[in-house]
Design a binder for this molecule. Structure first.
Ligand code: ATP
Ligand code: MG
Length: 418
């Protein structure tokens, strides 16, 4: 039996992990600089958390969830996204008593049973954040700035910000009627999903992946033209803030986002590079969600970014980083006594935070040298009887071939200064 990775899953290998770690650290640093703190939520939750929290007319819930019964007969679902779990935690842990805004970020795996494509997996990773308790457009502009600053720190350019407002239940009620009247004569010719959406949530017909490009959808009335005064003011406020900060955007009336709980601001960061899956990051306001989940009515806003798509974009833009050399020095040994000394030196160097290696494979002296060269380790020290007697070793800089005599006990100090 030859075991292989399951469809839609992948190994992230040691040869590529450093770019993941850079992205993770950069995202955490940027979030911290805005006052967001990390939350870690469980990988699985009870199924109806997602049915309620994500919305049971969404593709995620109707088609894509990994749901199973556990040995105790509970219906369990692997998280398809992070917001529902964070909202559950916010309510369960009583975070509504904290000063607002309550800001949290996360770095999670997510699971969706989807057809594979470039940038589309069944197990994938998301960076995201949520901010609770602030209803004005300041926080909308803030979370968009987080993404903008993060992209900058990653060296990414030209990722277009698209924004829209999908209003509140007030303006949406009127608009939904209008939309239904508009679609009614066409609905029979639309896809099966749209026929169901027509009854349950006609707004979702706007971002249908099947009918989306067609004129019937393109010419549909646009919610942005029917916003109530409060929603209009909120959207104008967001635009003014983005302009003041200097973040450019385009208004895209067709973004309604896949998830049911969004209100007012919705946005996406879109690239041309990542195959057909161009949306790297999507987010928006969900003022109704905490209440819907039986928590105290609390405005909220957040986004989620696909890390695979982010790194594909970084690759396309040529900004992936070279793997760093964690091991700074190789201590080769020419005898058993020298080997023991090398082990002692390595132990001391590691305690001083300096990466080093010595032979673990019983290699000959020649093979040790070959190994160190192949690994690209920047410094080399060879310990034999002479070095043991004199207590001094030559540390060789492999890049320029220069050698510096250093005390056996002083290697760490020498390397720290180089
Ligand atoms: P799409 O329209 O591409 O299916 P979505 O609207 O389902 O995206 P969200 O639920 O908003 O996506 O998730 C936020 C981000 O997570 C997406 O913009 C994308 O970068 C990433 N993402 C979503 N689904 C996948 C997946 N199956 N594989 C990899 N990344 C994904
Ligand atoms: Mg999707």
């Amino acid at each position: 039996m030859r075991y292989v990775t399951q469809k839609g899953t992948k190994d992230i290998l040691p040869s590529e992990i450093h770019n993941w770690q850079i992205a993770e650290q950069t995202f955490a640093d940027v979030c911290h600089s805005f006052g967001y703190e990390e939350i870690r939520i469980p990988t699985f939750e009870q199924t109806d958390l997602f049915q309620r929290g994500v919305g049971d007319t969404t593709d995620v819930v109707t088609k894509e969830m990994y749901t199973f019964e556990d040995k105790g007969g509970r219906s369990i679902t692997l998280r398809p996204e992070g917001t529902a779990g964070v909202v559950r935690s916010y309510i369960e842990k009583g975070m509504s008593s904290l000063p607002v805004p309550v800001r949290m970020f996360y770095n999670i795996t997510a699971f969706r049973y989807e057809k594979m494509a470039k940038g589309r997996f069944r197990e994938f990773h998301q960076f995201g954040l949520e901010a609770f308790g602030a209803k004005g457009p300041d926080i909308d502009a803030e979370i968009i700035s987080v993404v903008d600053v993060f992209f900058r720190k990653m060296g990414l350019q030209n990722i277009a910000l698209h924004i829209n407002s999908i209003g509140c239940p007030n303006c949406r009620g009127e608009y939904t009627k209008l939309l239904k009247d508009y679609f009614r004569p066409h609905v029979a010719s639309m896809c099966e999903d749209c026929q169901a959406r027509f009854e349950k949530n006609p707004l979702r017909m706007i971002d249908c992946k099947v009918d989306g490009g067609k004129d019937i959808v393109k010419n549909a009335p646009r919610l942005i033209d029917y916003l109530c005064d409060d929603c209009k003011e909120h959207f104008e406020g967001l635009k003014a803030r983005l302009e003041a900060i200097g973040i450019s955007y385009t208004i895209d009336p067709n973004i309604v986002r896949g998830l049911d709980y969004y209100t007012r601001t919705v946005f996406e960061f879109v690239s041309e590079n990542v195959g057909t899956q161009g949306t790297i990051c999507g987010g928006g306001r969900y003022d109704g969600l905490v209440g819907t989940m039986e928590g105290p009515e609390t405005p909220g806003i957040g986004f989620a970014m696909g890390v695979e798509r982010l790194l594909l974009e970084a690759e396309a833009q040529g900004v992936l980083k070279e793997k760093p050399s964690y091991v700074k020095i190789y201590i080769a040994s020419m005898s058993e006594a020298a080997k023991i000394e090398a082990l002692k030196i390595c132990y001391a160097l590691r305690n001083a935070g300096i990466g080093c290696e010595t032979d673990m494979a019983g290699r000959s002296f020649k093979a040790q040298m070959k190994y160190a060269g192949k690994q690209g380790i920047p410094y080399l020290a060879v310990i034999g009887d002479d070095e043991l007697n004199s207590g001094e070793v030559k540390v060789k800089n492999m890049a320029d071939g220069s050698e510096t005599p250093v005390k056996l006990s002083g290697i760490g100090e020498f390397l720290a200064g180089n």
